[in-house]
Design a protein around this ligand. Structure first.
Ligand code: F6P
Length: 362
C-alpha cells in the first residue's frame, strides 16, 4: 500500500489567472482538515530549485485571499527546471530537474498540487516520471486544456472582455467607426468567441477559422448599406488570414514560448484601407488576467483545489482534476499534456454565432 500523504507542496506556474488564490486556499483548508501539512512553493518550480523559497501555509495564511487576483505564491512562465534560463553570455539553459527531485524529498513532501496550464502540467508530468507524485489543476484564461470543459480564470477574462466591448460599442457608434478588439487566447479562440458573442460583435476572428479580409470588409460594407455605420470586430491574438501567418510580437526561445500580438492592428489597417471607413484597434492584453475572479471562477477554483487534495489523500496520483458538468472528475495527466483544446468549428457555439449573423470572415 502507498505511504499515506502527510505533507504536500502546492505551486502555481505559467501566466497568472484569476482564481489561483482560490485554489491555493481550498488546497490548504482541505489539507488541514485531512491532517495534511501544506507547503507553498514560490514562483512555480523555483520553490523546488531553491527550497528557501517555500513556506508552510496554514488556514490563517490563506484567509481573505479568495477574492484576490494574482497568486500569493508568485508564478513564472520561464521556470521550466528541464530548461531553466541561466545567465551566460549567449543566454542558455540548464537542467535542474534532478535537483528538484532531490529537494522534493529533502523537504519531506509526499506529493505536489500543481496549478498550471499545459506547459506547467507537462513539466509536472515529467517530474512525476522521476518520482514526484502529483495532481494537476487546470488553470488558464485561454480555456484551451483538453479533458475539461472549463478552466478557472476563463470566465473572469471573458467578463472583462465583454465589459470592454460594451464600452467600445458606444464610441464606435458615435464616430461611425470600426473598432477592432484584440483579446488573448493563444492558439484557441475561446475568449474571442465567448466575449464576442456576449458583447454583440459583428465579426469574430479566431485561430480555428482563417479569415479572408475581403469577406470581413464585405460584412462592414453590408452593415453600412443597411444603416449600421459602425462595426465591432473581436480578434483573437492567434487569428490569421487564409494562407497567412499569425502575428508574432517576439519569437520563442528554448526557455520561453513565442509572444503573440499585433493582429488587431493589422486587421484594423486593412479594413480602413479596403473599406474607406475609419477604423481603430485596441489590445486588451493583461487586463484580462488581472482583477478579482468572478463568482463562477471562485467556485470552480475551490472545487478543483479541494478535489485535488482528496485525490492525493486517496493515493491517486498522476491525475488532473477536470470539470465534466455537473461533476468534478479526475483524468490521467498523460491524456492532457501536449494537447490544445480548440473551438470546434462545426460545433454549437460557432453555429449559433452564425445563426445570429456573426461573421467569422470565411
Ligand atoms: O496563456 C495565457 C496568456 O495570457 C495568453 O492568452 C497570452 O498569449 C500569454 O499568456 C501572454 O503571456 P505573458 O504573460 O508572457 O505576456
Amino acid at each position: 500500500m502507498a505511504k499515506p500523504v502527510k505533507r504536500i507542496g502546492v505551486l502555481t506556474g505559467g501566466g497568472d489567472a484569476p482564481g489561483l488564490n482560490a485554489v491555493i486556499r481550498a488546497v490548504v483548508k482541505t489539507a488541514t482538515n485531512l491532517g495534511i501539512e501544506c507547503v507553498g512553493l514560490e514562483d512555480s518550480f523555483d520553490g523546488l530549485i531553491y527550497p528557501e523559497r517555500s513556506r508552510v501555509l496554514t488556514p490563517k495564511d490563506v484567509t481573505g485571499i479568495l477574492r484576490l487576483g494574482g497568486t500569493i505564491l508568485g508564478t513564472t512562465n520561464r521556470g521550466n527546471p528541464f530548461a531553466y534560463p541561466v545567465q551566460t553570455a549567449d543566454g542558455g539553459t540548464a537542467d535542474y530537474s534532478k535537483l528538484c527531485v532531490e529537494n522534493f524529498h529533502k523537504m519531506g513532501m509526499d506529493a505536489l498540487v500543481v496549478i498550471g496550464g499545459d506547459g506547467t502540467l507537462g513539466i509536472a508530468y515529467e517530474l512525476q516520471k522521476h518520482g514526484v507524485p502529483m495532481v494537476g489543476v487546470p488553470k488558464t484564461i485561454d480555456n484551451d486544456i483538453v479533458e475539461t470543459t472549463m478552466t478557472f480564470g476563463f470566465d473572469t477574462a471573458v467578463s472583462f472582455a465583454t465589459y470592454a466591448i460594451d464600452r467600445l460599442h458606444s464610441t464606435a457608434e458615435a464616430h461611425h467607426r470600426v473598432m477592432c478588439v484584440e483579446v488573448m487566447g493563444r492558439y484557441a479562440g475561446w475568449i474571442a468567441l465567448y466575449s464576442g458573442m456576449a458583447g454583440g460583435a459583428d465579426i469574430i476572428l479566431i485561430p480555428e477559422i482563417p479569415y479572408d479580409i475581403n469577406k470581413v470588409v464585405a460584412r462592414v460594407k453590408e452593415r453600412e448599406a443597411w444603416g449600421a455605420h459602425f462595426s465591432i470586430v473581436v480578434v483573437a491574438e492567434g487569428a490569421s488570414p487564409v494562407g497567412g501567418e499569425r502575428e508574432v510580437a517576439i519569437a520563442g526561445t528554448a526557455d520561453r514560448v513565442e509572444r503573440l500580438g499585433g493582429i488587431a492592428a493589422k486587421v484594423s489597417a486593412d479594413i480602413e484601407r479596403l473599406s474607406g471607413k475609419e477604423s481603430r484597434h485596441v489590445v486588451l492584453g493583461h487586463l484580462q488576467r488581472g482583477g478579482s475572479p468572478t463568482s463562477y471562477d471562485r467556485v470552480l477554483a475551490t472545487r478543483f483545489g479541494a478535489f485535488a487534495v482528496e485525490l492525493l489523500n486517496q493515493g491517486k496520483f498522476g491525475m488532473m482534476v477536470a470539470l465534466r458538468s455537473p461533476e468534478i472528475v479526475a483524468v490521467p495527466i498523460e491524456k492532457v499534456v501536449g494537447k490544445t483544446r480548440n473551438v470546434p468549428v462545426n460545433g454549437d457555439l460557432v453555429r449559433t454565432a452564425r445563426n445570429v449573423g456573426i461573421s467569422f470572415g470565411d
